[in-house]
Design a binder for this molecule. Structure first.
Ligand SMILES: [Zn+2]
Length: 407
C-alpha cells in the first residue's frame, strides 16, 4: 500500500508546481490540469479499470459495471487554487487508487461497482465558481450559466473547454449518473486544526453555511494635503472600523468573518478615497448565527458610516446553506474506522466547500479528513505527514470494503 501511494504521490508532485513559489497552478483546462488528467487516465488504464470522461469534464475509473446500480464512488479533485498546496484534492484521488490497490492485495471481492472520480474545476480558481464539475452534474449550475463564465483574461469557459478537447455543448445535469450511485466518500486533507496529536483521521459532520457579502463605502474624493480633517468624508475609516468589528463580532459568536479583498477608488496615495469596496466572507455552524453575525457587522458599518459621513451599501453576492452529511453513512464510517468503537473516531465540521457538499443533496455522501499538523491550506505550506496519509488510505480501504464488498 505504501509503495503505491508513494509512487503516485511522487509522479504528481512536480505537475503544475511554480518554481518561484513552490505552490501549484493547476487551473481548469490549463496545461497543468491537462497533465493531471492524463495521469488520472493512465492510473485507470494501468489498473485495468474502465476509463470514462463524463459530459461535464469529470473523470471516472470504474471497477465493475459503470451502468450498474448502487455504485460506491470515492475521489476528489486535482486542480488547485493559485499557489495552492500539494494535498488539497490530490490526496483524495491518490488515496482512492491506493485504497483500491490495498483491497486488491487483500483479495477483496466486490459486490457493487466501484468508481474513482476526479471532479473538474473544484477550486473555481479560473472562472470564479467553485465545484463546476459537480455543480453541473447535480444540475445546480446550468449550461447557460456555465457558458457565461469568463476567466481573468476574458477567455470564455466553453472556449477553454473546447481548446482542451472537450465538447462544451454537452455539459449539463447528469441525474441518471447520480441515480446509479449508492454512496460517495471523499477523503480530504484537513483544512484546519481540529484533529489532535492522537487522531490521524476524522469523519465530517457538516459543512458550515457560508456566504460572501460586498460592502460599498461611499465617501468623497478630495486632496490629502489640503482638506481639513473635519471636512473629510473618508470611506477608508469606515472600512477599517468595519474590518475590526467583523473580527470582534465573529469571535464573540464562535463564527468566522474575513475581509480578504478590497478595491479602492481612485486608489491614489495623495487622495482621500471616494469609494472603498470590501468583500466579507463569513461562516458559522448554523444559519441563524451566520445571519446574526453579518447583521451585527452591517450595523457596526452603518453606525460608523454615520459618524464619517459615509454611505454604506451591502450586497449579498453568494450564499451556501449548511450541508449535513448523511447520518447513517457517517455513523457507518465511524463504526468501520473505529473498529466497532465509533466514539473513538473524531467527528468534525468544516468551514470549507467540497464536491461532497454539492453531491450531498442528491446522494448519500460522507467525508474523511486526514490530519494537517499546521492547519495551513490553500498555501504551499499545506502539509500532511506520510504516516497520516497512509492511515487515511487504510481507513478509506476499510470503508470501501465495507460499502462495496458486502453481499
Ligand atoms: Zn479540495
Amino acid at each position: 500500500m505504501s509503495d503505491s501511494f508513494q509512487r503516485m504521490w511522487a509522479e504528481l508532485l512536480p505537475v503544475g508546481r511554480s518554481a518561484s513559489s513552490g505552490g501549484y497552478r493547476r487551473f481548469a483546462w490549463n496545461s497543468a490540469d491537462t497533465e493531471c488528467r492524463a495521469w488520472f487516465e493512465e492510473q485507470a488504464r494501468n489498473r485495468g479499470l474502465h476509463y470514462e470522461l463524463d459530459r461535464n469534464g469529470n473523470q471516472w475509473a470504474w471497477l465493475g459495471d459503470p451502468r450498474g446500480e448502487g455504485a460506491v464512488v470515492t475521489g476528489s479533485h486535482l486542480d488547485s487554487v493559485p499557489d495552492g498546496g500539494a494535498f488539497d484534492g490530490p490526496l483524495g484521488v491518490v488515496s482512492s487508487f491506493a485504497a483500491l490497490d490495498e483491497l486488491r492485495a487483500r483479495g477483496a471481492e466486490f459486490t457493487k461497482p466501484l468508481a474513482i472520480v476526479n471532479f473538474g474545476d473544484e477550486e473555481g480558481a479560473r472562472f470564479g465558481v467553485a465545484c463546476i464539475g459537480s455543480r453541473l452534474t447535480a444540475g445546480v449550475l446550468s449550461r447557460e450559466q456555465a457558458h457565461g463564465l469568463r476567466d481573468a483574461d476574458g477567455v470564455r469557459l466553453p472556449d477553454a473547454m473546447e481548446k482542451a478537447g472537450h465538447d462544451p455543448d454537452a455539459i449539463g445535469a447528469d441525474r441518471e449518473r447520480l441515480a446509479r450511485i449508492g454512496a460517495f466518500v471523499e477523503l480530504h486533507v484537513e483544512q484546519g486544526r481540529y484533529l489532535d496529536e492522537h487522531q490521524s483521521v476524522g469523519v465530517a459532520s457538516a459543512i458550515w453555511p457560508h456566504g460572501r457579502w460586498r460592502f460599498d463605502f461611499h465617501g468623497e474624493a478630495n486632496h490629502a494635503g489640503t482638506t481639513r480633517i473635519e471636512d473629510r468624508r473618508d470611506p477608508m475609516l469606515t472600512y477599517a472600523n468595519t474590518v475590526l468589528a467583523a473580527r470582534k463580532k465573529a469571535r464573540l459568536a464562535g463564527a468566522l468573518a474575513t475581509f480578504g479583498k478590497v478595491a479602492v477608488e481612485p486608489n491614489g496615495t495623495n487622495a482621500i478615497a471616494s469609494l472603498v469596496r470590501g468583500w466579507l466572507d463569513s461562516r458559522a455552524a448554523d444559519e441563524a448565527t451566520l445571519d446574526r453575525v453579518v447583521e451585527e457587522i452591517r450595523q457596526a458599518a452603518l453606525e460608523r458610516g454615520e459618524r464619517d459621513g459615509v454611505r454604506v451599501e451591502l450586497t449579498r453576492e453568494s450564499f451556501t446553506p449548511v450541508v449535513d452529511f448523511d447520518g447513517p453513512l457517517r455513523d457507518r464510517l465511524a463504526w468501520v474506522i473505529g473498529r466497532g468503537r465509533p466514539d473513538a473516531v473524531p467527528v468534525l465540521p468544516t468551514g470549507a466547500g467540497h464536491d461532497a457538499g454539492i453531491l450531498a443533496s442528491a446522494i448519500p455522501t460522507a467525508m474523511l479528513f486526514v490530519r494537517n499538523p499546521t492547519g495551513v491550506s490553500h498555501s504551499p505550506a499545506e502539509h500532511a505527514e506520510e504516516a497520516d496519509c497512509l492511515a487515511g488510505v487504510a481507513a478509506l480501504a476499510d470503508v470501501l470494503e465495507d460499502l462495496a464488498c458486502q453481499g
